[in-house]
Design a protein around this ligand. Sequence first.
Ligand code: IMP
Ligand code: MG
Length: 184
Amino acid sequence: MRSEMEQDILKVLITEEALQKRIGELGEALYEKFQGRRPLFLGVLKGSFVFMADLVRSCPLKSDVEFIAVSSYENATVSSGRVKINHDLQQDISGRDLIIVEDILDSGNTLAFLKDYFLTKGAASITLVTLLDKPSRRTKAIAADFAGFQVPDEFVVGYGLDYCQEYRNIPYIGILKPEVYGTP
Ligand code: IMP
Ligand code: MG
């Protein structure tokens, strides 16, 4: 039986099993890269919270966890281009090796802004990890160091990603029915 929430999903794009397998590979790759160091996993809220939880558990390194909350979408499916910090860092990141954890790299606005922001705060290095990459929509010259999956130019939800704050708790990545958000 599909839940009422899931009836808004047009199709499943990435299953729970595929997510777990790929996140295991990302965790291993990060382990290889950071062995012997103590990186700081820095999740970009809210969308990354589910991915972050699985990623840190797939990477058996001594590490720290931090979050920053930003928004740019203002409840639409198209980026406003502006990035606002809603909840700032709660610790000094100067001299730290950062692993930025994002749900999706779309226009690149958010990560371009955050990369500059973290460098001005004195980060020693920045590694960008995104679960999803939508390269067709990029307007900023920014690329992930590690990306889980490339996705087509469709609005996706689930596994932390929302539409108007809904659907974050769907355990897979799905494409939302266009009638749910109106004509794009
Ligand atoms: P960017 O700044 O355009 O790269 O967008 C990044 C942010 O936009 C992500 O962290 C998401 O929160 C949101 N976003 C972009 N595309 C989607 C989508 O297809 N579904 C849900 N959120 C999205
Ligand atoms: Mg979002």
